[in-house]
Design a protein around this ligand. Structure first.
Ligand code: PEP
Length: 251
């Protein structure tokens, strides 16, 4: 039985004092249930303080990006070793905003996924189609390319512990969510791609999230779907109350 994984992606929002207030509000209230995991993926400057505040609670702290190299002349970048030493457990890789605005490619995503495993970080790998691709019936081929290239060269065991977030780009931050049936269809497809790359057992372990305008009012229906194991949530993860409701839905 797979756990439900609710991950907040704060993007470039909040200042440190607000991030700390959020952690103070949620850490004592998260459900004790082992079947649900709660992760906040926060901007780099907040990570040390959030990791400290999350200690002893169910909250896990993730980053939203990282470089694939351990160190070097990469001004402005953050390495996987830096994140690991801080106590960060997860890292979002290949979010569509990074693919579109920061020229990330399937190749750079793949390098980062390998780097994450080399430093004991769980990658949350984002895949998803544009509206044009959906309208041209190219959703599945786009997803297949992103999943296969993103996970290339990993061991079966590593593939089984990746989190894949299916995030249709047209649904991110737009208020337009995919229907739960459509989202599930793509999540099933992702599980099948992984089955073909590995085995049925590994595919059954894989956590596949949906992301795109998820809100407390819409999460129940999404999580009822057999192949949706959680959500990657932007806007609705910023308020403590709403984040707690999203996590509660996973119990
Ligand atoms: C995201 O940032 O990955 C996301 C899905 O954002 P939102 O929930 O705001 O659409």
């Amino acid at each position: 039985m797979r756990s439900k994984v609710i991950a907040g992606n704060w993007k470039m929002n909040k200042v440190l004092s607000e991030a700390e207030q959020f952690a103070d509000s949620v850490t004592g209230k998260l459900p004790k249930d082992d079947n649900v995991e709660a992760i906040v993926c926060a901007p780099f400057p907040f990570l040390p303080s959030l990791v400290e505040k999350a200690k002893g609670s169910k909250l896990k702290i993730g980053a939203q990006n990282m470089h694939s190299e351990d160190n070097g002349a990469f001004t402005g970048e953050v390495s996987p070793a830096m994140l690991h030493e801080l106590g960060v457990t997860h890292v979002v890789i290949g979010h569509s905003e990074r693919r579109e605005q920061f020229a990330e490619t399937d190749d750079s995503v793949n390098k980062k996924v390998h780097a994450a495993f080399n430093h004991d970080l769980t990658p949350i790998v984002c895949v998803g189609e544009t509206l044009e691709q959906r309208e041209a019936n190219e959703t599945m081929s786009q997803i297949e390319t992103q999943v296969q290239k993103g996970l290339e060269g990993l061991t079966d065991e590593q593939i089984g512990s990746v989190i894949i977030a299916y995030e249709p780009i047209w649904a991110i931050g737009t208020g337009k969510s995919a229907s739960s049936a459509d989202a599930n269809q793509v999540c099933t497809y992702i599980r099948n791609i992984v089955k073909n790359m590995t085995s049925e057992n590994i595919a059954e372990q894989l956590v596949v999230q949906y992301g795109g305008s998820v809100k407390p009012a819409t999460i129940d229906e999404l999580l009822e779907q057999p192949d949706i194991d959680g959500a990657l949530v932007g806007g609705a993860s910023l308020e403590a109350e709403s984040f707690l409701q999203l996590v509660e839905a996973g119990t």
